[in-house]
Design a protein around this ligand. Structure first.
Ligand SMILES: Nc1nc2c(ncn2[C@@H]2O[C@H](COP(=O)(O)OP(=O)(O)OP(=O)(O)O)[C@@H](O)[C@H]2O)c(=O)[nH]1
Ligand SMILES: [K+]
Ligand SMILES: [Mg+2]
Length: 423
């Protein structure tokens, strides 16, 4: 297999640039550049020289013999001065060496997976960690990358294997159509396993964590939705006029508040009987947004919003009918109540997101667990040992797909393509 190298730190210029080399030629490459190979796992200063003998850089080098390394292979690390020309010169030198080539995106991580250093769920956690922009995303990704899900799935897998063994024992006695020989607590154990998985499935999804909690502002025309949208975001993104029906299209803006990712969505005012074709489309779009909202802020008359909407009394600086059930009273004009409304949103989002330390399942992981839970549900009432054995086998296969014990090349290409070069 080729030895790969790449700049693993950010784009130069920077204070330091880290070039990683992984594979069987890493040692030879380090020796040629640095003149010798330092003690394993000791940062050592060295002058790096090119084939012509000229000094390329004075660097800190690390020699990390495999297999207990990030990739499972031999690794050499060069901590260079982070200038563009320095990095380019060292990379050119490496590219000239036989058996070495530049790494593709995610290739280091892919080797870590291939060599059993991490499983698929951990690799996904790593990809999420690199993409994390908010505190809640970071926390969940750290847990995933640290193997929180993998360890749980391993425990479930063991439990399924024990159940399978019990069924195999019955089959070995030739009881192909009678589960009477199963342990008395068999069915209860199957049920408990299914319930445990369901609890994980009930958690908020990784997609919500990634995309943010969707907060949709809704209400009749001129209720002050766009004004409130601007006030909450402290921008002038949405057009505000005193003309009813100003907002036509859906406007959305991501924002992180107290480490929670939100997407605020401004919509067209809802009214019936309009004849303006553009406005009618706008109202249709507003309806679609309401359907996918996590939280709706209702600026209309009390009780007329969608079920579960947060009642907001807007334009509090003006005299008008009071909204006794309002959860927040705000004025986009004076700024009164805006901080309080954010408080309400952060609190509500808390129940939609994760408690710290929990991991969020992505669609792929969820799909695998749904299959496992379904098979276990079917297994609960199954009386034919052969069918039961098959259901338990399928549940185990679903776990194996989740951690990548059983994975396809396509899926791996998709996942590792998400990484940047040098990871
Ligand atoms: N005094 C006062 N006026 C406000 C406040 N918020 C909005 N307005 C005014 O109310 C009018 C309508 O505001 P918009 O924000 O455009 O209302 P909207 O709900 O987005 O309206 P549509 O997009 O047409 O549905 C504008 O003239 C705003 O200046 C407020 O807090 N106080
Ligand atoms: K308006
Ligand atoms: Mg508007």
């Amino acid at each position: 297999m080729d030895t790969i190298f790449a700049l693993s730190s950010g784009a130069p210029p920077a204070g330091i640039a880290v070039v990683r080399i992984s594979g069987s030629h890493a040692r030879g490459a380090l020796e040629r550049l640095a003149g010798n190979v330092p003690q394993p796992r000791r940062a050592t200063a060295a002058t790096l020289r090119g084939a012509e003998g000229g000094a390329l850089d004075r660097a800190l080098v690390l020699w990390l013999p495999g297999p207990r390394t990030a990739t499972g292979e031999d690794i050499a690390e060069l901590h260079l001065h982070g200038g563009r020309a320095v990095v380019a010169a060292v990379e050119t030198e490496l590219a000239r060496m036989p058996g070495l080539r530049r790494a593709q995106a995610g290739e280091f991580t892919r080797r870590a997976f291939a060599n059993g250093r991490i499983d698929l769920a951990e690799a996904e956690g790593l990809a999420d960690l690199l993409a994390a922009e908010t505190e809640s995303q970071r926390r969940a990704a750290v847990a995933m990358a640290g193997g929180a899900l993998s360890r749980q799935v391993e425990v479930w897998r063991e439990r399924v294997l024990e159940l399978s063994a019990a069924v195999e024992a019955v089959l070995d006695f030739g009881d192909e159509d009678d589960v009477g020989g199963l342990p008395a607590d068999f069915s209860r154990r199957v049920g408990e396993l299914g319930t445990d998985i369901d609890a994980w499935l009930a958690r908020p999804s990784a997609e919500r964590l990634r995309d943010g909690v969707r907060v949709v502002l809704a209400g009749p025309p001129n209720a002050g939705k766009s004004s409130l949208f601007n006030a909450l975001l402290d921008t002038e993104a949405a057009i505000v006029t005193d003309i009813a029906g100003t907002t036509r299209d859906v406007i959305e803006r991501p924002v992180a508040v107290e480490g929670v990712p939100f997407v605020l969505v401004d919509t067209a005012g809802l009214r019936s009987g309009g004849t303006d074709a553009v406005e009618i489309i706008g109202i249709e779009r507003a309806g679609a947004e309401l359907a996918r909202a996590d939280i709706v802020l209702w600026l209309g008359a009390e009780g007329e919003g969608p079920a579960g909407a947060v009642e907001v009394a807007a334009k509090s600086d003006l005299p008008g009918p009071s909204k006794s059930g309002a959860v927040a009273t705000v004025s986009a004009m004076t700024g009164a109540g805006i901080a309080g409304l954010w408080r309400v949103l952060v609190d509500r989002a808390g129940s939609l997101l994760l408690v710290p330390g929990e991991v969020a399942l992505n669609q792929r992981q969820r799909a695998a667990l749904v299959v496992a839970a379904d098979e276990l549900r079917h297994a609960m009432g199954e009386t034919r040992p052969l069918i039961l054995a098959e259901q338990l086998r399928l549940a185990r296969l679903a776990f194996d797909r989740l951690t990548g014990r059983a994975s396809t090349e396509n899926m791996l290409d998709g996942l590792f393509g998400r990484f940047c070069i040098g990871k």
